[in-house]
Design a protein around this ligand. Structure first.
Ligand code: DP6
Length: 325
C-alpha cells in the first residue's frame, strides 16, 4: 500500500529541553507549542516485501548516514508493532526551502508516523501516533495535533503517558525571521544532552519549568496574549541560559538573532503586543495577534541579517493525503 501523509512543523512557546530517558526519548519536561500553517512535510511510504533494505529520499536526493539511520530506526518501531515485514521506501519533501535551516524533525517524524503505520496496515489513534512520533523526535509528538498543543512529560517508565494533546484553537501569528542560511551547529539532541551533563543551571531549568507550563496553560485558557507572550519569552531565555552555562557553552544565536530580540522589545515598548522565541538555531520567531502581524513582519525585515520573513497562522493536525492499494 502506498500512503502519503502531511504534517506541519511547530514552535514551542514553553520549551522542551532535556530527556528523562534517552532510549525511549522521554522528555524531562512538558512543553506547549503552536503548530504552524504553511511549513509542512509531505511523506510517501511504500512497503516492499522483496526489498532488502529501507530507502529514504529527501526531495530527489537519496539519503545515507545519520538521516537514513534515524528513519530506519523509526521504521523498526513500526515493524515491531506487527504491521509489516519487509522494507519501506520513504519519500519526503518540505514545502519550504531546506537551505533556510527551518527543516524540522517535528514535521518530518509526525508525517512519517502517519504514513508508515497506515501503509503497514496499522490504524493508530492520534494519541498512539503522538507516542510513536515522539520516538523519532520529541517535538514531533506535538505536530500530530493542530493549533496549540501540550506535550506531557509523563511519569511512566514505558513512556505511554509522554504524549501530546490539543489545547484548542486561538488565532495567533508566529512571524518567523530567517537569519542567514545553513544547518545549525549543535543539533538539539546533542545540545540538550550536553546541557544536562555539564550545565550547573540545568537543575534550575527543571525546577522552574512546571510553573511556566502552568502560567502558559492559564494564559491560553484566558486568551491572554500578553501573559502567554511573557512566558514564551522567558521560557526561551531560560532554555538558552541553561545551554549557555554548559561546558563549553552552547551559543545558538548569531548577531542578527540578538538584534531581532531587541527590535521586538522596542516594538513592544512602542505599544505592539509582540514577544520573541527562538530554538536550537539562529532564527527568530515573533508571537503576536493577526492584526499586528504585518507590522511585526515589516519591522523584523529591517533587521540587518534577517534575509526573509514568513508569517504563520495556526496549522492543522497531521493528516492522510492519499491512500492507494
Ligand atoms: C529547542 O524535538 O528536535 O526546538 O527529541 O532529541 O529529536 P529530539 O529533540 P527535538 O528538540 C526540540 C528542542 C527545541 C524546543 C522545542 O521544540 O520544544
Amino acid at each position: 500500500m502506498r500512503v502519503v501523509a502531511e504534517a506541519r512543523t511547530n514552535i514551542a512557546l514553553v520549551k522542551y529541553w532535556g530527556k528523562r530517558d534517552e532510549a525511549l526519548n522521554l522528555p524531562a519536561v512538558g512543553s506547549i507549542s503552536l503548530t504552524l500553517d504553511g511549513l509542512a512535510t509531505r511523506t510517501e511510504v511504500t512497503w516492499d516485501e522483496k526489498a532488502s533494505r529501507d530507502r529514504f529520499f529527501l526531495g530527489d536526493v537519496e539519503q545515507a548516514g545519520r538521516p537514513l539511520a534515524r528513519v530506519q530506526k523509526f521504521l523498526d518501531l513500526v515493524r515491531e508493532r506487527g504491521g509489516r515485514a519487509g522494507h519501506a521506501i520513504v519519500r519526503s519533501s518540505n514545502n519550504f526551502p531546506t537551505a533556510a535551516g527551518l527543516a524540522s524533525s517535528a514535521s518530518a517524524f509526525a508525517a512519517l508516523a502517519v504514513a508508515a503505520t497506515r501503509s503497514a496496515g496499522l490504524e493508530l489513534d492520534p494519541t498512539s501516533l503522538s507516542e510513536l512520533a515522539r520516538r523519532g523526535s520529541g517535538s514531533a509528538a506535538r505536530s500530530i495535533f493542530g493549533g496549540l498543543v501540550e506535550m506531557k512529560r509523563g511519569e511512566r517508565a514505558d513512556g505511554s503517558d509522554a504524549v501530546a494533546a490539543p489545547l484548542g484553537q486561538w488565532d495567533l501569528r508566529l512571524v518567523v525571521g530567517i537569519t542567514g542560511e545553513g544547518a545549525k551547529a549543535t543539533l538539539s539532541t546533542e545540545g540538550m544532552r550536553h546541557t544536562a551533563e555539564t550545565s550547573p543551571y540545568y537543575p534550575a531549568w527543571l525546577e522552574q519549568h512546571p510553573a511556566d507550563l502552568d502560567a502558559a496553560r492559564a494564559a491560553i485558557e484566558r486568551r491572554d496574549l500578553a501573559a502567554l507572550g511573557e512566558v514564551a519569552e522567558r521560557s526561551c531565555l531560560r532554555m538558552h541560559a541553561s545551554a549557555l552555562a554548559a561546558r563549553p557553552g552552547i551559543i545558538y544565536w548569531s548577531g542578527p538573532t540578538v538584534d531581532a530580540f531587541h527590535m521586538i522589545r522596542a516594538l513592544r515598548a512602542d505599544g505592539v503586543g509582540v514577544w520573541f522565541t527562538n530554538d536550537a538555531g539562529p532564527h527568530v520567531k515573533a508571537l503576536c495577534s493577526p492584526a499586528d502581524a504585518p507590522r511585526v513582519e515589516r519591522t523584523l525585515a529591517t533587521v540587518a541579517g534577517v534575509v526573509r520573513t514568513i508569517s504563520c497562522a495556526p496549522g492543522a493536525p497531521a493528516s492522510l493525503i492519499e491512500v492507494e492499494r
